[in-house]
Design a protein around this ligand. Sequence first.
Ligand SMILES: *Cc1c(COP(=O)(O)O)cnc(C)c1O
Length: 470
Amino acid sequence: MDFDDFQPLLARAQSHAAHFIDALPERFVGARAGREEMMVALDAPLRDAGEPGEAVLDLLAASAPRGAQACAAPRYFGFVIGGTLPVALASDWLVSTWDQNAGIHVISPLAAAVEEIAARWLLELLDLPRESGVGFVTGCQMAHFTCLAAARHGVLRRVGWDVEADGLMGAPRIHVVASAEAHVTVDVALRYLGMGTRSLVRVESDEQGRMRLEHLRDVVASLDGPVIVCAQAGNVNTGAFDPLRGIIQAARERGAWVHVDGAFGLWARAAAGTRPLADGIDLADSWATDAHKWLNVPYDSGVAIVRNAEDHRAAMTVSAAYLVQTRGAERDAVDWVPEFSRRARGIPVYAALRTLGRDGVADMVERCCAHARRFAARLGAAPGVRVLNDVVLNQVLVRFGEDDERTRSVVSGVQQEGTCWASGTTWHGMAAMRISVSNWATTEEDVDRSVEAMLHVHRELAARAATSTT
Ligand SMILES: *Cc1c(COP(=O)(O)O)cnc(C)c1O
């Protein structure tokens, strides 16, 4: 192996990448292979003698079309995934090429400056308090962890307890309030932070999955001591927003910290048409979001934002004798994220924002929402098909034949048919197909082709059921 190996390997990787991407719009959208096929293709004893890099790349690339879902494809509507903008992918390659440890400024003035700028742009675009701390983390899970660590620090500081020094043993008890519909990653963050899931007090939610404000008021009034309220901007099933302004007002009166899960919903702030959904969101104390979902940068990329930058920094900062940390305006990422050594994952965020501009982001958000409404209108008009949610954002819940089993069969039939891919879910005890439109590349034609495929599977199953009963 020598330095000249880079160019041929990178050229080969580029060629493999180009083939993969060229096939995305028309390939079978799901993964065709399972574990067995992947193991047959890829497993081998770890040998003493290595193999040529070209061969290893070819082997991996040959397995990708069957073993990987086409998540970045325009008719991929599974989970809440988001595609990849061309410039985001390309800049992500550069991040790997530069191989910067973006933990401290002294190693990478480049990464530190780019992330400082991307952080400022995000606060402007999402119109959140400009003085907030911002950390680029792996995803919304770690954004929750970071924000709730800052919250834990903040609410205990106010009662005279230094959690960073003294931990939680013997500390005043913190109550965490979240709706019955809070995303499971909030629970996980509470576990990581030593607050446990039993510290969670659940507030009821309504038929769209929104927190019930009256119940929140009662719950908050009944609690003693430090309180953290976790609200949601964008329910993972329905896309619904909690009544944020009212929640934040009620929590404020009680001196509580309000954290908002805006994994994809926070991006509603960036477009005029969806902005009213997030009314009052800027009054919260912390916000967790993803860039790998609706901003369409490659995995893994989340953002933690905390209004009180001192609480944020106090919860995350590191100091060690050998670390050359800055004392000036320079940004050391270690102060804002749980990682120590880290990838410069803010760079694709910068590239995406700079390339799209405000208008481009707004356009992407509004286009996805319009596609979701088109799905709802076309599917909802078909016999035996019902849309279960108010389509306020990019999420659509669809039920077929008013029947759980039929709905699940349509979901798996659609996944096996391959024109598009959507996930199954359960909503208020009912099986549903969940369609998430969160990819810049999706067109109206993609929506129409997907609707046709879904209705075709639905009609076939209905016809088969009818003949089997006669
Ligand atoms: C996806 C999602 C999360 C978790 O985000 P990751 O990036 O997967 O860690 C949290 N909350 C909501 C509402 C989500 O949609």
